[in-house]
Design a protein around this ligand. Structure first.
Ligand SMILES: [Zn+2]
Length: 140
């Protein structure tokens, strides 16, 4: 698929930055950074549905940052763990809609682990994250 201008590959240089990392995507203001292998897959005629779901997830963050203003969003995202978790749930929810529509399962265990991990500065327990994710899945 043709990607919008603001979706950018992390290339090989950004992979060396610790927090930006190799395996995760980020939405930074108007820009969405994705790992290079995912970027390449998204440009093919039939990208992996999980990669499309990831793009939807990041698009949601991008939209929210635009609505709130990047500085305000970043401030809350960094200092308020509750806000951070809620924003993640919002983004996950949009991705879940796509997954459900395409009858693709959601890995609750893996996602709950990730959402409760150091990547997000341990906002919630894994059990809580899993419970909330299941609630959202039932809603979409
Ligand atoms: Zn996210």
């Amino acid at each position: 698929m043709k990607l919008p201008w603001y979706v950018i590959s992390k290339g090989s240089i950004l992979h060396h930055f610790p927090l930006i990392g190799k395996s995760t995507a980020q939405s930074l203001g108007p820009i969405i950074l994705v790992p290079d292998p995912i970027y390449k897959d998204l440009q093919t005629d039939s990208p992996h549905p999980k990669h499309i779901a990831l793009l939807i997830h990041e698009e949601t963050h991008r939209k929210r940052q635009k609505e709130m203003g990047i500085l305000k969003f970043a401030y809350h995202y960094i200092f308020d763990s509750k806000f951070r978790f809620q924003e993640e749930l919002l983004a996950v929810k949009e991705a879940m809609k796509y997954l459900k529509k395409n009858k693709i399962s959601f890995d609750f265990d893996r996602n709950a682990k990730f959402l409760s991990s150091y990547v997000y500065l341990w906002p919630v327990s894994k059990e809580y994250a899993e419970k909330e994710l299941k609630k959202v899945w039932d809603e979409v």
